[in-house]
Design a protein around this ligand. Structure first.
Ligand code: DHB
Ligand code: MG
Length: 212
């Protein structure tokens, strides 16, 4: 195991105590053959802390997968938690993993679902297909209030985002998102690289100053 994976294990042991529901969600996701693209436990806990820190009452997640990150967002006890998933098979797994928590799972292309939603949301987490990230961020701004917290996962892609010759759709989509946000005056944004059990990647954190 790489050093940063062992360090992540240590940090998770310190800060993310084993939780039957989280463990069951991981096991069910694996058994169903879902890609192991869910956030790391310590990243999920960060989402919980950020959502709680702003007292988020309405949370929107774009990209449910098996609902692992959704479980952390639900821990913030929002009044409403909507999560969008393209794949019916993934949403089925999430439905089971999130049973009883009152999470509203919307199945279908997120861009279609987003067009049906009314804001404002207090907290928006984008973690879906990377090619549509610019459009997801545009929707996040439309569905925000001043002060909405916006988080985007996977914004570094093993460093591939600095390769302007990349033809990887996820890299191209992520670069387009950075270039868009860099010139978007309605957001106050930053991005951080992360290493850990999920390899070398990064998180974008932004506040929506002016929705619309
Ligand atoms: C991929 C997507 C993710 O959301 C993630 O956290 C890791 C990888 C992917 O599509 O490759
Ligand atoms: Mg992700």
């Amino acid at each position: 195991m790489e050093l940063f994976e062992r360090v992540d294990q240590y940090l998770v042991d310190c800060y993310v105590p084993s939780d039957a529901r989280l463990e069951a969600a991981l096991a069910a996701s694996k058994a169903a053959g879902l890609p192991e693209a869910q956030v790391a436990p310590n990243q999920g806990k960060l989402l919980e802390i950020l959502a709680r820190s702003i007292g988020a009452q309405r949370i929107l997640e774009i990209g449910t997968l098996g609902g692992y990150s959704t479980l952390f967002l639900a821990r913030a006890r929002p009044r409403q938690l909507i999560t969008c998933e393209l794949q019916p098979a993934h949403a089925e797994v999430a439905r089971s993993n999130l049973a009883g928590l009152g999470v509203d799972i919307r199945v279908g292309p997120a861009l279609d679902t987003l067009a049906t939603l009314s804001g404002p949301f207090d907290f928006i987490f984008i973690d879906a297909d990377k090619l549509n990230n610019v459009e997801y961020v545009r929707w996040a701004i439309r569905l925000a209030r001043p002060g909405t917290l916006l988080i985007v996962d996977n914004v570094v892609r093993k460093g591939a985002i600095i390769d302007d010759a990349s033809v990887d759709a996820a890299v191209v989509g992520t670069r387009q998102m950075h270039e868009y946000i860099a010139q978007e005056p309605r957001l106050t944004a930053t991005a951080l690289q992360t290493v850990g059990s999920k390899g070398h990647d990064g998180l974008l954190v932004a506040i929506v100053d002016s929705p619309g």
